[in-house]
Ligand binder design. Structure first.
Ligand code: APR
Length: 320
């Protein structure tokens, strides 16, 4: 069987980390694409030279030509401008929308059968725009946010309860941003809901509320520390988990930004929900029962995403 082909659009901090992780896991041959000349070629060469030491067989190439992503099985998109300190994800909208238009056209022309994972922010609007511009089926275009947000939530909870991160199953819904909805009733430590652990006196509602707040601002906390960029290790590893679920038809249930129509009272919108990821891409959205508070919070999140879509349509009249 021929090797799979992984195209990474954007060879910046996340793109380079994605290439390294994909090579280490031998997901396939890797093409790094960027508009900046020399960057994808240089990173590809550097990463190729890890092969003899890390003992991976993956061909890694860099390019500025969309023709080189032809036939890619998976495309992961990080092209765009990352958030700078003081800049909200939404400030990025205008710049990154234009980038999505170019990337969408490149995918449409060269690899219309790929599974596409978008990381560029503001995520829920960019993944929607990328789907519109590329014309791919909705199940083949998803956004990476929930895996990262729930990993952040799980990290903080493991610290709070002093348990292994492996035993924390954190559940986050909604848009990627300050309105995301960490759901504590579905968040467990080895099956024990966090709400029950609070009742047992192992933490307090106030401390869990603080953790929820920190999770919502998890990206901003890192931006403030780095000063010249945004997070890249955890975003990259989150997207790789999604790519592996698709390539291996793993049927993993992952929180992803997917097109939701009919479920959660939504009528055609990209937002973070639990979804089965397998060989058909986003195969099935799983609708859970939400309590009133989570339902209201989800609505706030959905309204924020809708506002962004209105703004996108105002910027680019070709978006229906
Ligand atoms: N086509 C291809 N690549 C592009 C384009 C374009 N039209 N415009 C910009 N790029 C490239 C840049 O040249 C840069 O190499 O995208 C890359 C982005 O890399 P970084 O600036 O290092 O950003 P990174 O930290 O990787 O984050 C990427 O993820 O978190 C989100 O909002 C964030 O949009 C950002 C994305």
């Amino acid at each position: 069987m021929a090797r799979k082909k992984i195209a990474l659009i954007g060879a910046g901090m996340i793109g380079g980390t994605l290439a390294h992780l994909a090579a280490q896991r031998e997901l396939g041959d890797i093409v790094l694409f960027d508009i900046a000349e020399g960057i994808p070629q240089g990173k590809a060469l550097d990463l190729s030279q890890c092969g003899p030491i890390e003992r991976f067989d993956a061909k890694i190439t860099g390019t500025n030509d969309y023709a080189d992503i032809a036939g890619a099985d998976v495309v992961i998109v990080t092209a765009g401008v990352p958030r700078k300190p003081g800049m909200s994800r939404d400030d990025l909208l205008g710049i990154n929308l234009k980038v999505m238009k170019a990337v969408g056209a490149g995918i449409k022309e060269h690899c219309p059968d790929a599974f596409v994972i978008c990381i560029t922010n503001p995520l829920d609007a960019m993944v929607w725009a990328l789907r519109e511009f590329s014309g791919l089926p909705h199940n083949k275009v998803v956004g990476m946010a929930g895996v990262l947000d729930s990993a952040r939530f799980a990290t903080f909870l493991a610290q709070e309860f002093n348990v292994s991160v492996r035993d924390v199953n954190a559940f986050v819904l909604g848009g990627h941003g300050d309105t995301m909805v960490p759901v504590t009733s579905y968040t467990t430590i080895s099956g024990i809901p966090v709400d029950d652990l609070v009742k047992m006196g192992r933490s307090t509602k106030e401390r869990i509320d603080e953790i929820v707040k920190r999770t919502r601002g998890g990206g901003g906390e890192i931006v403030a520390l780095l000063k010249t960029g945004s997070a890249y290790y955890a975003p990259a590893t989150s997207a790789i988990a999604m790519a592996e679920a698709y390539l291996g038809d793993q049927k993993r249930v992952l929180p992803c930004a997917v097109y939701v129509e009919g479920k959660y009272g939504l009528d055609g919108l990209y937002v973070g929900v639990p979804v089965v990821i397998g060989a058909d891409g986003a195969e099935e959205v799983i609708e859970i029962t939400l309590d009133d508070e989570a339902r209201q919070n989800l609505q706030v999140s959905v309204d924020a995403v809708k506002e962004l879509l209105v703004a996108c349509r105002q910027i680019d009249g070709s978006l229906s």
